[in-house]
Design a binder for this molecule. Structure first.
Ligand code: CA
Length: 219
């Protein structure tokens, strides 16, 4: 294969962070606190957070939807790149996890930019669609994999004509190519990737960043 992506060893990833990561102290503390939870593997990598922050600035995004907030690490990275009057709608179902999130958002002074909706995300997205179709610039999806396709479709409708959807875990620890893996999540991600590949409504790029990060921009 030409132009092959480097296999990412632990040592190379450490180097990548050493020479590129600019993680503010508050985000580092949130990441460390989250690392102590049993669900710690659900947290995005810090270089992904920094990349999301960069995307918000590049797009000049003012309105963001996040599907799957967990302890608020990705939302905090993105909210810090929003202008004062920007808004991020954060969807999650866990009060316990988002209590941690709200503590850090308040400390960072961005709580007013984040509108937390504690409900199944599809319900929140449906509610937003009543009045805010086409109003958003960026959507970040990192939640239950079985609903990825439904989240994606709802987010596409909420985005304006050139909005960007970013989707995490699209390489799913490599299970996507394991012929033995037929669990619900793996099957859902495979189907989702195939769908996006054929989706002519968007321009597409799947970055091998952390567990795979797909960017789909409306045409
Ligand atoms: Ca994830």
């Amino acid at each position: 294969m030409t132009g092959k992506t480097l296999p990412m060893s632990e040592a190379l990833e450490t180097y990548l962070r050493e020479v590129s990561l600019r993680e503010p102290g508050i985000l580092r503390r949130l990441r460390e606190e989250t690392a102590g939870l049993p669900e710690a593997q659900m947290q995005i990598a810090p270089e992904q957070g920094q990349f999301l922050n960069l995307l918000v600035g590049l797009l000049g995004a003012k309105r963001i939807i996040e599907v799957g907030t967990f302890t608020g690490y990705s939302a905090l990275w993105m909210a810090q790149a929003l202008p004062e009057d920007g808004r991020l709608v954060a969807c999650d179902v866990s009060e316990e996890w988002t209590d941690i999130a709200r503590r850090y958002w308040a400390e960072a002074g961005v709580a007013e930019r984040i509108d937390l909706r504690l409900a199944p995300a599809l319900e929140t997205l449906e509610a937003l669609l009543e009045e805010e179709r086409g109003h958003y610039d960026l959507a970040f999806i990192d939640a239950d994999k079985a609903n990825y396709e439904a989240y994606y479709e709802a987010c596409l409708k909420l985005l304006d004509s050139t909005g960007l959807v970013v989707i995490d875990n699209t390489l799913w620890s490599g299970r996507v190519i394991d012929p033995e893996a037929d669990d619900e999540d793996t099957v859902a991600i495979r189907q989702f990737n195939d769908k996006l590949h054929a989706d002519e409504r968007v321009d597409l790029s799947l970055l091998p960043l952390a567990d795979g990060l797909t960017l789909a921009r409306k045409r």
